[in-house]
Structures are given as structure tokens and as C-alpha cells.
Design a protein around this ligand. Sequence first.
Ligand code: CU
Length: 168
Amino acid sequence: MKRILTLAAALLLAVPALAHELKVGDLEFIHPNIPQPAASAKAAGGFMAISNTGTEADRLIGVEADFAAKAETHESKVDENGIGTMEHVDAIEIPPGETVNLEHGGYHIMFMGLTGTLTEGEMRKVTLVFEHAGRVEIEFMIDPPMGKGMEGMDHSKMDGMMEEGTGN
Ligand SMILES: [Cu+2]
């Protein structure tokens, strides 16, 4: 038993091996994915489900990816005119005992300023930063293109943020 505990402690301290499906502490990550963006796209959405099996809330407070100039947590909304927009949110809360779906039309990760192409079937490393769980390195799978959807969204706000974000 002691040996198992020691091993578990070592695993917690070590940089975890990259994995697609992952459980870190109380958080479980289910199919992190990025639908393949159009070749000309400057941004791509990231999706997954995050389960919190613990008794305390955690919050996704940051995202880092080497294939994008900037990655943010976003929330999509539909205004009274039926126009879809998205805005930056400081954090995505993962309540205890719940599963939060990052999905089209809701919370998602936005990778902005793509530095190369993302091709279906590839795995790309992303670091998710949580308030309590800390830094979680995980592989996002590039899924088939979503078709309409993200491309149909109003990206005007996002472009504004991109401009603010350049040069930093
Ligand atoms: Cu977005």
C-alpha cells in the first residue's frame, strides 16, 4: 500500500505523460477536440467535457497552446435578434459532482491567431490551467470539420480582442 501511495505521489509530482483522455485529481477530461478549421481560419474552437468528481468547485482559468498566438475561455450567446456572438470569460466553473460540456453554442476554448494548419486526425498539446488542479497538459484531437457553426458566428468582438492581444 505504501508503495502504491508513493507511486501515486510521484505521478502527481512528475510531468504527466501526454494523454487524450485524462483524470487529474478530481477532474476528468473527456474527448478534448478541435474540429478541423478551414485552411484560411485564424481561429478555432476547442471542446470537451470536464467532470468534477470532488467535493469542491474548480475553475478553468487559463489555456496555453503552442499552435495559437492566444487561447481563451469563451462563452457563446445568442442575442435577442438571434445573432450568435461569443465573449471572453475569465473562468469556466466546474461545480463539484457535475460535468460541464464545452460545446458549440456554449462554453468553449478559442484558439486565436493559429500559427499553422490543424489537420483532422492530429493530436495537439494544450495546457489547461485550473485554480486548484493547476496545470494540466492534455492532447486535443483534431476532429472532422464542423461545417457551419463557428465560422457562422459573429467574430467582430473576437477580432477586436485579437488586435488588443497582438504585440504583447
Ligand atoms: Cu469563441
